[in-house]
Design a protein around this ligand. Structure first.
Ligand SMILES: *Cc1c(COP(=O)(O)O)cnc(C)c1O
Length: 454
C-alpha cells in the first residue's frame, strides 16, 4: 500500500521518433550523453533522482550553513546513530566520495579487496588505489534464471580461496554490498552477514558494509529470512549493520535525497588496518570533501538526508518500494522481455544475452538494448554487462532503475510497451563498436562513444 501522493509535478515529453533516432547518433549511442529533456522515462539510475517528501523540503529551509559545528550535521549524526546504529560520521558529497575517504585509509598498492560484487565506482576506487578488486558471488548469482532468496550473498568459499592464494596480510578489507547492485539488486541475508563478519575477523580485515540500499535489503530479509518474519525493517536494518566495522553510504539512494553521503565508523572498528579509523577518515575527508561538519554538502542537503534516512525504514515505505519494482518486473515479463529472476530491490534487470540473435557477444548486446529502448519509447536505462565491466565474466544485463516515489504504473506500462515494440524487430538490430573511450577502463561506460557495426 502506497502512503503518499504527488503535490508537485514536473512536465516530461516524448520526443518524436525522428528526434530519438538523431539523439542516439549525436550521443554516440551512449545514454549517458543524452540530454535529460530528450528522455521521456528516465530509468538510468535510482541515485539522487527520487522525489523528496514535504518534510524533507521543509527541512531544507532549516539548513544551518555554518562551516564548523553546523546544527544540521548534528541532526545527521543523530539520524545515522538512531537508524543505523553508528556513532561516528564523516560526511561526504556522495557515495563515491565516501569510498575515496574510507578505502583510501585502508587499501594500499598490491592489496586485494573482497566484495560480494564490486559496484562500478567501488571497483574503480580500489583499482585507483593500486588494489585488486575480487568479487565473491555465490553459485548461480549471475544466472538470470536460477531461483534463490539471497542471490546477493557473499561466497565464503571463493573468499577463502582468494585468501589462500594471496595471503591474509594482503587482504585488509572485506566489503558486503547490500543490496548487491552489480548482481541485479539481489539481497543479502543477515545469516550471511554474520558469517562474513566472522571471516573478516579471522583474517584481521576491516569489515565494511556498503549500505546504499540497507532498507530495501531489510525488507527482503523480513519477507524471506525466517528468523526475522516478525521483526520491523528498522530493527532488521540495525541488526544487519551492527556487524560492520564501517559503512559507506550514498544518501542519493536510501537517504532519499538528491545528493549526499557519508562514512560511518563503529565505536571500535576491527581489522589490522583500522587503528584510529575514524580520525584518519576525518583527516582524509578534510582533504577531499570538506570540513568534517559539512563534507561537501550544503547544510540544507544534510538536513534533507537526515530526514530521508528516518523515512526510508518507516512502514509502509519499504514494502511499497519493493512491491513497485516487482510489479515492474511482471509488466516487462508479460511484454516478453527476459527479466532477471528473482527481481531485486531497486531495479529490474534485463538479460540481453539472447535477445538479439544478430548481435555477436562482443558487439555489446546490452548496450544495443539500451539504445533500442530509447528509440522505441524515449526510455533511458543503463548497460551493466561487458561494456560497463570490460573483462569481467558476467551476463549482458541492462538495468532499468526506478527512482523512489517518482513514477506511476502508467509510466511503467509505457516502458513495457516500448519493450514489446522492440521485440517485434529484434532481428534487424545491429551491435555496436567503441569509437573512443576514456583512459580508466572501469569508467568507460560513462563517456565512451560507439557506433553501429557495419
Ligand atoms: C551508487 C553507489 C555507490 C556510489 O554512490 P554515489 O552517490 O553514486 O557516488 C557506491 N556503492 C553502491 C552499491 C552504489 O549503488
Amino acid at each position: 500500500m502506497r502512503n503518499y501522493k504527488a503535490k508537485m509535478v514536473e512536465p516530461i515529453t516524448l520526443p518524436s521518433r525522428e528526434r530519438r533516432d538523431a539523439v542516439l547518433e549525436e550521443a554516440g549511442y551512449n545514454a549517458f550523453n543524452v540530454a535529460a529533456e530528450d528522455v521521456y522515462i528516465d530509468l538510468l539510475t535510482d541515485s539522487g533522482t527520487g522525489t523528496m517528501s514535504d518534510a524533507q523540503w521543509a527541512a531544507l529551509m532549516r539548513g544551518d550553513e555554518s562551516y564548523a559545528g553546523s546544527r544540521s550535521f548534528a541532526h545527521l549524526e543523530e539520524a545515522v546513530s538512531d537508524v543505523m546504529g553508528f556513532p561516528n560520521v564523516v560526511p561526504c558529497h556522495q557515495g563515491r566520495g565516501a569510498e575515496n575517504v574510507l578505502y583510501g585509509c585502508l587499501v594500499e598498492e598490491g592489496d586485494v579487496v573482497l566484495n560480494n560484487a564490486h559496484f562500478d565506482t567501488t571497483r574503480a576506487h580500489v583499482a585507483n588505489l593500486g588494489g585488486e578488486p575480487v568479487d565473491c558471488p555465490v553459485e548461480g548469482a549471475r544466472d538470470p534464471d536460477i531461483a534463490g532468496d539471497f542471490k546477493g550473498d557473499f561466497s565464503l568459499d571463493r573468499a577463502r580461496a582468494a585468501v589462500d592464494e594471496v595471503g591474509h596480510e594482503n587482504v585488509p578489507v572485506v566489503v558486503l554490498t547490500i543490496t548487491n547492485n552489480s548482481t541485479a539488486g539481489q539481497p543479502v541475508s543477515v545469516a550471511n552477514t554474520r558469517e562474513v563478519a566472522e571471516f573478516a575477523r579471522e583474517i584481521g580485515a576491516t569489515f565494511v558494509i556498503d549500505a546504499c540500499r540497507f532498507a530495501e535489503n531489510a525488507e527482503f530479509v523480513r519477507r524471506r529470512e525466517a528468523e526475522f518474519a516478525d521483526a520491523s525493517v528498522a530493527d532488521i536494518a540495525r541488526e544487519q549493520l551492527s556487524y560492520a566495522d564501517a559503512l559507506v553510504m550514498s544518501g542519493k539512494k536510501e537517504g532519499l535525497s538528491n545528493v549526499g553521503g557519508f562514512v560511518a565508523v563503529a565505536e571500535e572498528p576491527g581489522g589490522e588496518a583500522a587503528a584510529q579509523l575514524f580520525e584518519r577518515a576525518k583527516q582524509r575527508g578534510i582533504l577531499y570533501e570538506g570540513f568534517p561538519t559539512y563534507g561537501g554538502m550544503a547544510g540544507r542537503d544534510i538536513e534533507a538526508m537526515a530526514v530521508g534516512l528516518r523515512e526510508v525504514v518507516e512502514p509502509p515505505y519499504p514494502e511499497a518500494r519493493i512491491d513497485q519494482v516487482a510489479t515492474f518486473g511482471d509488466l516487462l515479463s508479460e511484454a516478453g522481455l527476459p527479466v532477471y529472476r528473482p527481481v531485486g530491490g531497486h531495479a529490474v534487470y534485463l538479460d540481453a544475452g539472447d535477445l538479439f540473435p544478430n548481435v555477436a557477444p562482443d558487439e555489446y548486446p546490452g548496450q544495443a538494448l539500451v539504445c533500442e529502448l530509447y528509440r522505441e519509447g524515449g526510455v533511458r536505462g543503463v548497460e551493466l554487462g561487458s561494456f560497463a565491466f570490460p573483462g569481467v565474466d558476467r551476463p549482458e544485463l541492462v538495468r532499468l532503475a526506478l527512482p523512489r516515489r517518482t513514477y506511476a504504473r502508467e509510466h511503467l506500462e509505457h516502458v513495457a510497451d516500448a519493450g514489446a515494440a522492440l521485440l517485434d524487430r529484434r532481428r534487424e538490430v545491429r551491435g555496436l563498436e567503441v569509437v573512443s573511450e576514456p583512459p580508466v577502463p572501469e569508467l568507460r561506460h560513462f563517456s565512451a562513444e560507439l557506433r553501429p557495426v557495419e
